[in-house]
Design a protein. Sequence first.
Length: 238
Amino acid sequence: MSQQHDATPPRRNFLKKTLALIPLAAAGSSIMALEAKAAPAPGVSSHYVPVYFNGDEWRFLLAACDRLIPTDANGPGAVDQGVPIFIDRQMETPYGHGGLWYMHPPFVPSPPELGYQSKLTPRETYRIGIREVNAHCRRQFQKVFAELGHAEQEQLLTALEHGQLDSESLPGKAFFDQLLTNTKEGYLADPLHGGNQTLASWKLIGFPGARADYTDWVNRPNQPYPLGPVSISSKRNA
């Protein structure tokens, strides 16, 4: 991949600017166990063996998700909430295999409203993207992405986002968009899909979740709902 720019970007505030606009994603698969890099939040196992990602890919995913939605004053971050597990499970669904779209040529640049246009499935996008980013990091830093400091990781993610870190196999922005979209989806999904394990994001944006009845609050604009969210499985965050 090509050289990235040197400016260290400010920490993105995804929680306030974008999370409330992302639809909840659905998926499901089995859980297994690999020791994770980051300390888990309550209710999230620290031992998870990825179903799709190999060890190097998993370490990249933990590090990247931690930078995209870090733990801060707003609450637990993506890793603490199990978002990498959500993404790993997604890779073993029809979504991950590209089963939701027409995946035959021709593949041409098209506006977003025409839907998914890549010749790569999400699984392939992750595999190629992580491999190319780690190869770039080895050339420039003699380390892989997961071994870099936070500032260097954020520089690389910003370079991907701005199309400044491409390879012949995959545009960097396409990889970044895939990673960012799935990270936000996992952070907002119902916990049964792997992410949002303590319902922290729902509490942050005031989403009541699967409560049976809150119609009495429909006509109270700009008033926060007084009760905490409830998941499909009745998990609660008071």
